[in-house]
Design a protein around this ligand. Structure first.
Ligand code: PLP
Length: 325
């Protein structure tokens, strides 16, 4: 097993991320009553939602690597649903670096959270081009890319921040667990969207030599959220690190559960039950990601889970930051 602190320092020295978040994010024990209600021996919650007071969530991990090194005035162009926390985080954190964001967005079902995220994204991005349907997203993307040219030098950020550099950010999150847990967890459960988060977990546990199983709960269509893509992202991140002198063992593949229901952003019956149960124990989850992932714990006997770390990726802050446009 690599020394996690040394590995963290080596990776940061080699890839020079910028600083956007507050690390480590807390690892909280779930209340014994919640663990008991789920039939688990132990439950911990990794509070990635608390990664930054400016705008938290798992996406900050990747953005530290994706936005690094951009000159002031750069425009980050990216894509996502209207309620995409990746789009919002890109817009808010770009501004913190004296840069801006141009967003191409597709419509998604409205929930309280997705509406609030959409409004905040609109307020923080320099340019938002909304496609009327998913089919017209390529045209919206082209318009955002072209429009961004007038605003400054452009840099492309893939949807969801799914890029090997961003995966490295999630790898570092995994290393934090060594300081927070006495032993490797048996299982980590995380929502699976564009795959970068789960990829980083896979690579992190490979680097630590842990036997931990990673379960990605699919919350986006299988074309985007699948085992092959997450594993490929983890392997590409491994190659990237090898090139800069940080060799790591090969990552395993994740287990995938389907939590999608009717589609991306549509609440599911199971997800909403899980959300209510979590709320009764003081854990606030969103319908699109957290609730659907947490719902798999309601059926944990199928997966024989006993000691679980739940990767909590986003909670709508009570107050969003003022627009800095
Ligand atoms: C809040 C939240 N949780 C989880 C995910 C899934 O992460 P990933 O896209 O890295 O699979 C996303 C992705 O958009 C997200 O915004």
């Amino acid at each position: 097993m690599s020394d996690p602190e040394r590995l963290n320092r080596k990776i940061r020295a080699a890839l020079a991320p910028c600083s956007l978040g507050q690390w480590p994010t807390p690892l909280e024990p779930g209340t014994p009553a919640l663990a008991h209600a789920l039939g688990l021996e132990a439950l911990w919650v990794k509070r990635e939602d608390r990664s930054s007071p400016r705008c938290g969530g798992n996406k900050v991990r990747g953005l530290e690597f994706l936005l690094a090194g951009a000159p002031a005035g750069s425009v980050f162009v990216t894509v996502g649903g209207t309620g995409s926390t990746h789009c919002l985080a890109t817009a808010v954190h770009a501004a913190a670096l004296s840069c801006r964001a141009a967003l191409a967005q597709f419509p998604q079902p409205e929930t309280e959270t997705s509406r609030a995220v959409a409004a905040a994204s609109q307020a923080h991005a320099a340019l938002v081009v909304r496609a009327a349907t998913r089919a017209t997203l390529p045209a919206a993307l082209l318009a955002a890319w072209r429009g961004a040219r007038r605003l400054g030098p452009r840099r492309w950020i893939p949807g969801g921040g799914a890029h090997p550099r961003a995966v490295v950010g999630h790898l570092l999150a995994t290393l934090e667990l060594t300081q927070q847990l006495p032993d490797p967890p048996e299982t980590i459960v995380a929502p699976l969207g564009t795959g970068g988060t789960v990829a980083g977990l896979l690579l992190g546990i490979a680097g630590l030599g842990w036997p931990t199983r990673v379960i990605g709960v699919r919350v986006a269509p299988a074309l985007v959220a699948n085992r092959w893509r997450a594993t490929r992202l983890a392997r590409r991140a491994r190659r990237l690190l090898a090139r800069v002198g940080v060799p790591l063992p090969a990552p395993r593949s994740p287990d995938i559960l389907n939590g999608l229901g009717r589609g991306y952003g549509w609440p599911t019956v199971d997800g909403e039950s899980a959300r209510r149960l979590a709320a009764q124990h003081g854990l606030v989850l969103d319908s699109t990601y957290g609730a659907k992932a947490f719902a798999c714990l309601l059926h944990r006997e199928t997966w024989n889970m006993r000691r679980v770390v739940f990767w909590h990726t986003f909670a709508m802050p009570a107050r969003l930051p003022e627009s800095v446009r």
